[in-house]
Design a protein around this ligand. Structure first.
Ligand SMILES: [Zn+2]
Length: 392
């Protein structure tokens, strides 16, 4: 009973009291939609942390605050200190020499301080600047050494290595900064005591893509970090962070999975069997005559009229003799003649059954890539990219 009352009190506390305010601001280059997505994600779980933003407040970098940085080659770039995620990026997508605009950390944090002053934001409220402009130390998120309630997040380039909208990792980094402020005593400790080797904790340093994914997939705070944070942050705030991390994790995985899930799988045809290798090697079971007709349409990506099937009897016959082997040559010829005869409805029925088998096996959304489709009286074809099809 006591536990229930305590939980209930925590619930009331977290529902009615704001323990912490986090002001999110963006620089001019950041896409308004991306910024709105980040805010919406963070506001999607109600709790004691209030995420605030001024729709009209946009930070501009002056010309003399930006400098052009030339990164001549991959090697030099990857050797830069704490390059965090760039080694992953440049190993695949970046072209060198690379030229980009950068600002210094001092500039980034002075923008936060200026905004804080202008809007009379209290000392213990966070001001976090989201910016597409890179910074001279190549970090993607950090707190200000002089005032750890100021922080920035670099919002560009995430799409190089995440299979989900960029708003997810950016929103996650907002929470990570809030927690890191309270896990570590000051900036030096933050710099030296983050987990150098990723363990799936919010304090992981994350030197590459896999580690960022791990951190987000676990959405966790390790025991050691939890011990540091307890007593420094009210429990409802920690719970709010954990809930948000969890929601982000679930939505991110849903989006990533759905995206890959909707992609067509490669198709391997071996003898009488069709396998969709990227869908767990799912087998599509067709009868010999259905497979014969299916192979004919697979071999004609341009599509075929039903009335023209009689022109492809030899192809049908060859395929059928490989996939069936049942009955005499005469019986087999008779079945193919029926199949090719537009008046017999045999082919139409088989196309319907092929559709049903695909839909029953992989669902109607995915089946669209594989079934034989076309308006009545028009060309019928299979949509799948033939580069994904292997017969033999
Ligand atoms: Zn930890």
């Amino acid at each position: 009973m006591g536990k229930f009352i305590r939980s209930f009190c925590l619930f009331l506390l977290s529902s009615f009291f704001i323990f912490m305010k986090v002001h999110l601001i963006k620089s001019k280059e950041v896409d308004a939609e991306k910024f709105t997505d980040v805010v919406n994600l963070l506001q999607s779980v109600s709790g004691p942390i209030d995420f605030l933003f001024q729709p009209d407040a946009v930070i501009n970098f002056e010309q003399d605050e930006m400098f052009v940085s030339f990164i001549e080659g991959r090697d030099r770039f990857e050797k830069q200190e704490r390059h965090v995620y760039f080694s992953e990026v440049c190993s695949s997508k970046m072209e060198f020499p690379l030229e980009r605009n950068e600002v210094s950390w001092d500039t980034l944090f002075s923008k936060c301080s200026k905004y804080r002053k202008q809007h009379r934001i209290a000392n213990d409220e966070f001001v976090i600047l989201l910016t597409d402009v890179a910074n001279n130390k190549n970090w993607f998120a950090c707190l200000d050494e002089a005032n750890p309630y100021n922080g920035f997040i670099h919002t560009d380039d995430w799409d190089y290595f995440m299979e989900c909208p960029e708003a997810f990792p950016i929103a996650y980094e907002v929470i990570a900064l809030i927690l890191q402020k309270h896990i570590f005593n000051g900036w030096i400790e933050l710099r030296t005591k983050v987990h150098q080797k990723a363990i799936g904790c919010v304090s992981d340093l994350c030197m590459n893509k896999q580690e960022v994914m791990l951190k987000m997939r676990t959405a966790d705070i390790c025991n050691s970090c939890m011990q540091h944070i307890e007593g420094k942050l009210p429990m409802p705030v920690i719970n709010h962070c954990l809930q948000l991390m969890n929601v982000l994790r679930e939505r991110m995985l849903f989006v990533a999975n759905r995206k890959s899930y909707l992609q067509p799988s490669k198709m391997k045809i071996r003898g009488k069997s069709i396998f969709l290798t990227d869908y767990n090697n799912t087998e599509i079971r067709l009868r010999p005559l259905e497979l014969t007709l299916y192979l004919l349409f697979l071999r004609h990506p341009e599509g075929l009229y039903m009335s023209s099937l009689c022109d492809h009897k030899q192809e049908l016959y060859d395929a059928y003799s490989l996939s069936s082997g049942n009955g005499s040559v005469e019986e087999m010829r008779q079945r193919i003649d029926d199949l090719a005869n537009v008046l017999s409805e045999s082919a139409t029925q088989k196309i319907s059954r092929i559709k049903r088998v695909f839909e029953d096996t992989i669902g109607s959304d995915l089946a669209q890539h594989y079934i034989i489709k076309g308006e009545h009286g028009q060309v019928k074809k299979i949509a799948i990219d033939r580069g994904l099809v292997e017969i033999g």
